[in-house]
Design a protein around this ligand. Structure first.
Ligand code: IPD
Length: 273
């Protein structure tokens, strides 16, 4: 089976739009919340319903394609990335925001083939923001081309640093260290609670940099392509090439900016996806 990016993109886009309807329908209602690894790592019926729906869409259209999804992995499925066409899905990224009806959560979907990201789609259904990218074809917000900002100076940059949904003392200490190291050197710091939307924000020039330790492949796969196609960089937090399974990432409007932030960061080692 050869990989036809246009067919894959069309199916993915339709599936994400339909999944958006499930999220919109549930958004302002009371949610049944269950905790996962700790008391701030949350999942709702909507996360599970969206993931189920996307899996059945993929099975119908591409029975041979592989799948990695946040809730499937939470339920015990393997997180194996091979050379086969693989869909990587976070059904609701920013679940904490979703639970609170803070209108900043999204569906994040990427399709990889031979480990290259060919399709990236991030959709915030509440605000109707659809970010899309195909490898080598640019990045778009609601069909209009987007570009990263032209900022290269640390002192003028708006940087996103997340707290993360984890109460591990070592992880919390690393968050505080990095925020402290940056706060008097940047223009401003933000934490909006969705890795995929943070990356979309860098891609569309709304912020200049975002980094996080502890993210998973489903949080960043789509965003990585969208940032790169918008002219930005997406690399490892020590400066080398990004390893999607390494649980850490920094993206920025330019390599010059990323390389000013990297020396200020305290590295955190985490178990790979
Ligand atoms: C989380 C969000 C959050 C980030 C966490 C992620 P989820 O994803 O992206 O911004 O700080 O690291 O786990 O759990 O809401 O899909």
């Amino acid at each position: 089976t050869e990989f036809d990016v246009e067919t894959v993109f069309a199916v993915a886009l339709k599936a994400v739009k339909d999944a958006g309807e499930i999220i919109k329908e549930a958004f302002y209602k009371k949610k049944a919340v269950v905790t996962k690894s700790c008391d701030v790592d949350l999942v709702t019926e909507t996360d599970q319903a969206v993931e189920k729906m996307l899996i059945s869409r993929i099975k119908e259209n591409f029975p041979n394609h592989m799948f990695i999804g946040e809730e499937s992995v939470a339920a015990g499925e393997k997180c194996d990335l091979t050379d086969e066409p693989t869909w990587i899905v976070d059904p609701v990224d920013g679940t904490m925001n979703f639970v609170h009806s803070f209108p900043h959560s999204c569906i994040s979907l990427a399709v990889l083939y031979r480990k290259d990201i060919h399709v990236g789609i991030i959709y915030n259904p509440t605000l109707e923001q659809m970010y899309t990218a195909k490898l080598g074809q640019g990045a778009f917000l609601n069909g209009k081309p987007i570009r990263v900002s032209e900022e290269t100076e640390l002192g003028k940059s708006l940087v996103i640093a997340e707290f993360g949904t984890n109460r591990d003392p070592q992880k919390m200490e690393s968050v505080l260290k990095n925020i402290t190291a940056l706060m008097n050197k940047v223009h401003g710091l933000r934490a909006m609670g969705s890795a995929a939307l943070n990356m979309s924000s860098v891609a569309s020039g709304g912020s200049d940099c975002y980094f996080e330790y502890g993210i998973h492949v489903w949080d960043i796969a789509a965003g990585t392509l969208i940032v790169r196609e918008a002219g930005g960089v997406c690399i490892d937090t020590e400066g080398g090439p990004l390893d999607l399974m390494s649980r850490r990432m920094i993206c920025a409007s330019s390599e010059k900016l990323a390389l000013q932030i990297i020396p200020l960061l305290t590295q955190l080692k985490l178990e790979r996806d």
